[in-house]
Design a protein around this ligand. Structure first.
Ligand code: PLP
Length: 499
């Protein structure tokens, strides 16, 4: 069986024919090459594919049609908040004053962008119940690192040098322990309680003079709100440690719960999740970090400052020596931040609370309907996402979560997150978001019901799925261990045009 079909056409390099190309672009002056200093001239031509403009346009448009996106269909990828990205955000980000601003423009010429960043910091601080916010980090994981580095700086500034451990529950997102390790801490994993929440007793037992911080995802990766938060935060502060909240799941709680007011010292926000800026494929995001009083001195520099006369400026180098320094070039991923600002202003405070209400409602609706089709391990109401499991189906038919996910592709639906969280067997983490219609949610349930029927009637159909995609089921182990990410010239019998 071949792994791909003819929709995976040849690459541009394979289409290349010597001498073919554009030539319809305005010609440079005849002496253009002579104007370039000799040292900068290429010795040989760049090895670029030689194709005509229509070939080029078709190649990329056809590739783009193989993409699955939020603009083409339902994308219930748990933990990722794949909500619709309003087009007004794109309009705002493309306004020439934002899109065309040079990152090194002097403050006098960047007043509009600086004001937007300043106002966005204030809005995010309000939403998180935090004292101040940095917009620099490029993504959630980067925000975590920034937050933990600030916690480290805080302890060191107090001469508290023995704190070398970060406590993380076993249901945490993988980036949490990775962050703690990258910042030089030892991760101590704490098992969850039977109800999916944090096991406070286990946390208490692990807390001590070596604890620098705890990292809690709230709502958790099981889609559950941490019911023992007050107890937990009290214990953490009593032990002299700080509390980090992974705020990636803010879409369930914004406008309803402020982590800073509850006692968290620091949190990151994924604007590319909650605030509808596009993501997927690893594309640019932003992971602003909000901090409480204690961590304000350590925020990355430069911060955006507002002068008494109302003008904005960036901090100068060395202006705030307690800062942990820069974590990202310039002011962060500004284009993404403009989109987040547009989204927040379009919704307002009431609208943002409605967003989280609707996200929670959609998830609970789907969870309740899906409970008739698959296992749903936690019965209490969920937040904006929930965990289902195919453990029973696997016992009955041998069909695994992976098979269900692959088969969903044939139904034109993006699979949910699978095998995460790790603590649930054959897990599917399903996050519908607030932007999906009742009809879409219902059609997802029908697709899942139909797949479960297929699992009983024709398991082979599922083992070999997907059948409709341009790429068939891959050997995931080989794909992970020996990724082939780069095109190389094929020679001899491998080549489409054998030499
Ligand atoms: C998405 C996510 C992260 C990481 O965010 P990135 O922006 O992908 O780096 C961390 N924690 C949780 C719970 C998440 O869902």
């Amino acid at each position: 069986m071949t792994l791909t079909d003819d929709r995976m056409g040849p690459t541009l390099f394979e289409r290349s024919k010597p001498g073919r190309g554009g030539g319809k672009v305005p010609h440079p002056p005849k002496d253009a090459l002579a104007r370039i200093p000799a040292g900068f001239l290429r010795a040989e031509g760049a090895r670029l594919p030689q194709v005509s403009e229509p070939e080029l346009a078709r190649h990329y448009v056809n590739l783009s049609r193989l993409n699955y996106s939020v603009d083409t269909g339902f994308y219930p990828l748990g933990s990722c908040t794949m909500k619709y990205n309003p087009k007004v955000n794109e309009w705002a980000a493309r306004l020439p004053g934002f899109g065309g601003l040079h990152p090194l423009a002097p403050d006098e010429l960047a007043q509009g962008t600086l004001q937007l960043l300043w106002e966005l910091e204030a809005a995010l601080a309000e939403i998180g119940g935090m004292k101040a916010v940095t917009l620099q980090p490029a993504a959630g994981a980067h925000g975590e690192l920034t937050g933990i580095l600030m916690i480290r700086a805080y302890h060191l500034s107090r001469g508290d040098t023995e704190r070398c451990e970060v406590l993380v529950p076993d249901s945490a997102h993988g980036t949490n322990p990775a962050t703690a390790s990258m910042a030089g801490f030892k991760t101590v994993t704490i098992p969850s309680a039977a109800d999916g929440g944090v096991d406070v007793e286990a946390f208490r037992a692990a807390l001590g003079p070596r604890t620098a911080a705890i990292m809690i995802t709230n709502p958790s990766t099981l889609g559950l709100f941490e019911s023992r938060l007050c107890e937990l935060l009290e214990a953490v502060h009593e032990a002299g440690a700080l509390a980090y909240m992974d705020g990636a799941n803010l879409n369930a709680i914004m406008g309803r719960f402020k982590p800073g007011e509850a006692g968290f010292d620091v949190m990151h926000i994924n604007v590319h999740k909650t605030f509808s800026t596009p993501h997927g494929g690893g594309g640019p995001g932003a992971g602003p970090v909000g901090v409480g009083e204690r961590l304000v001195p350590f925020l990355p520099s430069p911060r955006v400052l507002r002068e008494a006369d109302g003008r904005f400026r960036l901090e100068t180098t060395g202006e705030r020596p307690s800062s942990i320094g820069r974590v990202r070039a310039f002011a962060g991923n500004t284009g993404v931040l403009v989109r987040a600002y547009a989204y927040i202003r379009a919704h307002g405070a009431v609208g943002l609370a409605e967003v989280s209400d609707d996200a929670v409602l959609a998830a609970n609706y789907l969870k309740t309907r899906l409970a008739a089709v698959l296992d749903v391990p936690f019965s209490r109401p969920c937040m904006h996402e929930f965990v289902a499991s195919s453990a029973t189906l696997k016992a009955e038919t041998g069909i695994r979560t992976l098979d269900i996910a692959k088969r969903l592709i044939d139904y034109g639906i993006h699979p949910p997150t699978i095998y995460f969280p790790l603590t649930v067997e054959e897990a599917l983490l399903i996050e519908p978001t607030e932007t999906e219609s009742l009809e879409t949610l219902d059609s997802f349930v029908e697709a899942m019901r139909s797949i479960v029927n297929e699992a009983h009637a024709d398991p082979d159909l599922l083992h070999s799925a997907p059948h409709s995609s341009p790429v068939r089921r891959l050997d995931e182990t080989t794909a992970a261990r020996q990724p082939n990410l780069r095109w190389r010239t094929m020679t001899g019998s491998q080549s489409l045009c054998p030499d």
